[in-house]
Design a protein. Sequence first.
Length: 453
Amino acid sequence: MIPKKNETLELEIIDLTHEGLGVAKLDRYPLFIENALPGEKVEALVMKVGKKYGFAKVLKWLEFSSDRNEAIQGELLRTGIADLGHLTYEKQLDFKRKQIQDLLKKNSHLTDIKVAEVIGMAEPVGYRNKAQIPVRRVNGQLETGFYRKHSHDLVPIEDFLIQDPVIDQIVIKCRDLFRKYGLNAYDETAKTGLIKNVIVRRGFYSHEVMVVIVTTKPKIFRIEQLIEELVVEFPKIKSVLQNIHPDNSNNILSDDFNLLFGQEYITDTLLGNQYYISAPSFYQINTEMAEVLYQEAFRLADLSKDDIVIDAYCGIGTIGLSIANQVQQVYGVESVGEAIEDAKINAKLNGIENVSYRVGRAEDIMPEWVSEGVKPSVIIVDPPRKGLAEGFIESACEVAPDKIVYISCNPATFTRDVARFAENGYQLQEVTPVDLFPQTHHVELVGLITRKK
């Protein structure tokens, strides 16, 4: 039975989707409902109807789940900042583990794989070390906040819950200074205005701060006075940059940077090593849990002084540099040239010499290393959400390491890739999830893959 659009129904929530939407069924027809939890009964309005499923929104709760977190603010759910925040943290961890287990069970090769309990945070809030905040005009006033889901309508927000509280304070100060100096917020429709975004990074250990102001034009009225006021209130600001980005695109940053104050980078430490962090460079959002994730990866790798390790998708070198003192040699490869330059700087900064870096696709560079006599025993890979290219998997198996340690931010592509490795003589041994993104549906994990004897 397919419901009608704008129909009001009483529904019982029976499950959650992998994105945290409540699932109800009318006969066998599924309806997905935001901010609804299993065990709840709701009065819901049908918003959209398709042939196979539809969407509804809660008008009224008839029964609440005992697992509901009542403290969550509605705008954090509506914008997707904390789209799982209405679920208690203990149940969030159970939800994430179940997502991985369910995906593995869909593959006949992986039904017996043990998934460890999710390693969670003691304080699962205020963990993000970077914020990218849009600046828009709302009801005639410049505001900072975040977009409502599936729209570009800005919801003004001051407390983001999951961001470092100092970052929130700096964003609010920037907003107030933009207002004070009469700077215009960007209008996406009219393609007018100056200030598009404010980006703030803060070192977890160093507490050093970088602020990036994204503008449509080079000139910012009275920017010197604005920065002076900002730095007086927040003296740990070591870098203020302008990014000039006139295009109306989904990319937040262009390649056009202008240093306004201080230096072009901040520093922070990860597992004892110091890193330069520039505005465009990738650095794990949750420093505390990134250290836990990497330590779990190294535990699975069970490294020794004889090991030769390839650090694929190495970025600025954080993984390889963290293990360099435990192994014979680390070879890092990354397709982004600027990241490799950062990795070389970070190696020098920490006095690490048994590392070597190349720019390129890992599937192309690994065979070159082998032809030069390199015989890696371990490959550590940390790809983006889309997972590994088929060419990488073939190349990795031809290189024939004893172990592949796979760090993933997407269990669906991880499971797909593990099945491909199985076709090439490798098998998944175990999986440990680590909660890098509390209050959201995102799941991070690390798995050990070994060569079949």
